[in-house]
Design a protein around this ligand. Structure first.
Ligand code: FAD
Ligand code: SF4
Length: 505
């Protein structure tokens, strides 16, 4: 008889380790303090994941499986993965464990220790919910020094026959980004996001989280996340019918008071298993062929799911554990306190941190070009920035936040994932949002007290990191501009930057 452990992000009926269950097998799910505090997760995220787990366990029980669900407050709960495995092996007299490959490296280390520590056989099955296996990614990566998502994405489109027409990309091009990424315009009628019905399980879990973790970052209320597969499917339906058509065009736009824009909000559900990537992609593809959404929107969305998401996971498993220690630019500055309370006069950062606290969500450009960009050009320590991103978003697991933060946002991997740092002055934020209109700083001013800090920090960042970045061809134009600056100009940039960075608490 077998112990089948289901991790908190493996809530899928199709999970490999939930197939061919025999009479007497025990399916184990645990709410663990260790999970809640590995990093001090956002309170809403804990309510979301444990509510979804409780629903999922109930559904498995209804199917007739022998499910053991350990609640956080169970007096017998030993609160760590290893000790709970040991306790249940003994209690049910089992000598074999089956798991689906965990999503995070530290979990795999635990799984690998069980044969020695507990004298049991452990079978770790491939997680076939991803479209690209770790082995296939390894083969694709080969000995390439730089891994570029665009080429990987094309392979995925071909392999899975997504948006293909007679062996060629639909519409003749692989990528329609040139039609996407328009600035916001006034008068957009953005649909309201999904709001789940009040749920008794969620109400109980809220109390548990309030009791034990109310010192963690984030608001529990309002709570509107889906916590069952049926509800997650309703989120997907709503996205396809109400938002997808505008997804591409406004993918990068940011509007004050509109955190959800035309994004799909499915990462919470994809990452914990309530939705599968292929079903989301198929729904979007159907919308295109049924003329419900244009190609630029559908291709853009599909690229995120089968391109970026799979690519990011591939990099994580290819490069761990070294990847978690990388700091190519030797950035060491502490995370400022406004990352936790939003108390900054920089309106863009104030808006994003405040929305993150309320929703456990920010969309990609808010994460990359507001928070990530600031962290990059202010030289914040990658370890602290990674921890923040892992804590604050309800879709965050190390496998997905780490490559996005270390690779995409901070260039701390020296270019494994991207060809140049996503650094920018305030101009980009001004173009893509309406944040600057209500800011105490002036985005058009480059020097002095009223200047937008992104403006001088951007140049100071390039100056500070010339040794590491000066030979990057994609930054050649910017370093050319620095060469033309007068010494007085450079001094003024460095003085403003120094003063600002010193003022950070
Ligand atoms: P949409 O914009 O609607 O995109 C659709 C789907 O594509 C997403 O649900 C997601 O599954 C996938 N996707 C898009 N971009 C990425 C990407 N770069 N990496 C992985 N999947 C992607 N995503 C997470 O799921 N968890 C994280 O912890 C996370 N941390 C991030 C940190 C930084 C610094 C950055 C720049 C990005 C991060 N992302 C993360 C990627 C992306 O921002 C989120 O997936 C997206 O904002 C989720 O919102 P959505 O579902 O509305 O996405
Ligand atoms: Fe952000 Fe600068 Fe715009 Fe203020 S002026 S919102 S700090 S980009």
């Amino acid at each position: 008889m077998v112990l089948r452990y289901v991790f908190w992000d493996q809530l899928s009926n199709s999970l490999a380790s939930l197939q061919n269950i025999a009479d007497g097998d025990v399916v184990l799910l645990c709410e663990l303090e260790e999970d809640a505090t590995r990093v001090a997760h956002h309170q809403k995220k804990l309510v979301f994941l444990w509510s979804a787990m409780r629903h999922f366990a109930n559904q498995l029980s209804t199917k007739g499986y022998q499910v053991v669900y350990v609640e956080l407050d169970d007096p017998q709960n030993t609160q760590t993965l290893d000790t709970e495995i040991k306790r249940h092996l003994k209690q049910y007299n089992l000598d074999k464990v089956i798991v689906t490959h965990p999503s995070e490296y530290h979990q795999l280390q635990s799984v690998n220790s069980w044969p020695n520590d507990f004298g049991v056989t452990v079978e770790c099955l491939e997680d076939d919910r991803y479209l690209c296996s770790m082995q296939a990614f390894q083969v694709w990566a080969g000995d390439r020094q730089h891994l570029r998502m665009e080429y990987f994405y094309r392979e995925m489109r071909k392999q899975h026959e997504v948006l293909m027409s007679f062996g060629k990309p639909e519409g003749g091009k692989w990528n329609y980004d040139s039609e996407n990424r328009k600035p916001p315009k006034s008068g957009l009628d953005i649909p309201k996001p999904y709001v789940s019905a009040k749920d008794p399980i969620v109400e109980i879990v809220k109390k548990v989280v309030q009791l034990h973790f109310d010192h963690h970052f984030g608001d529990i209320e309002p709570f509107y996340f889906a916590v069952t597969r049926e509800q997650a499917l309703a989120v997907l339906d709503q996205f396809i019918s109400e938002r997808l058509a505008n997804f591409g065009t406004y993918q990068d736009a940011m509007i004050q008071g509109e955190p959800w824009m035309y994004h799909s909000h499915i990462s919470f559900y994809l990452n914990c298993g309530l939705l599968s990537p292929l079903e989301c992609v198929t729904r979007a593809e159907e919308a295109y062929y049924q003329h419900q959404a244009p190609l630029n929107a559908v291709e853009g969305f599909i690229r995120q799911v089968i391109g970026w998401r799979e690519f990011i996971r591939g990099i994580y498993w290819l490069k761990m554990p070294e990847y978690s220690r990388l700091n190519f630019l030797n950035a060491t500055r502490q995370l400022p306190t406004f990352f936790w309370d939003g108390a900054t006069e920089m309106n863009c950062l104030h808006q994003v941190v405040t929305e993150t606290k309320e929703n456990a969500y920010a969309h990609h450009i808010q994460r990359l070009m507001v928070v990530g960009n600031f962290a990059l050009i202010a030289g914040l320590d990658p370890k602290e920035v990674n921890e923040w991103f892992w804590i604050v978003y309800a879709d965050a697991y190390q496998w997905v936040e780490l490559p996005n933060v270390t690779g995409m946002a901070l260039f701390a991997d020296g270019g494994v994932l991207g060809s140049k740092p996503y650094a920018s002055s305030g101009q980009y934020i001004n173009k893509m949002s309406d944040y600057c209109k209500e800011c105490r700083y002036k985005v058009s001013v480059k020097e002095g007290e009223d200047a937008c800090p992104f403006n001088y920090l951007y140049w100071d960042f390039l100056l500070r990191n010339e040794k590491q970045l000066g030979s990057n061809q994609r930054l050649g134009f910017m370093y050319g501009m620095i060469k033309k600056m007068t010494p007085e100009k450079i001094q003024s940039i460095q003085k403003d930057a120094k003063q600002f960075l010193k003022s950070l608490k």
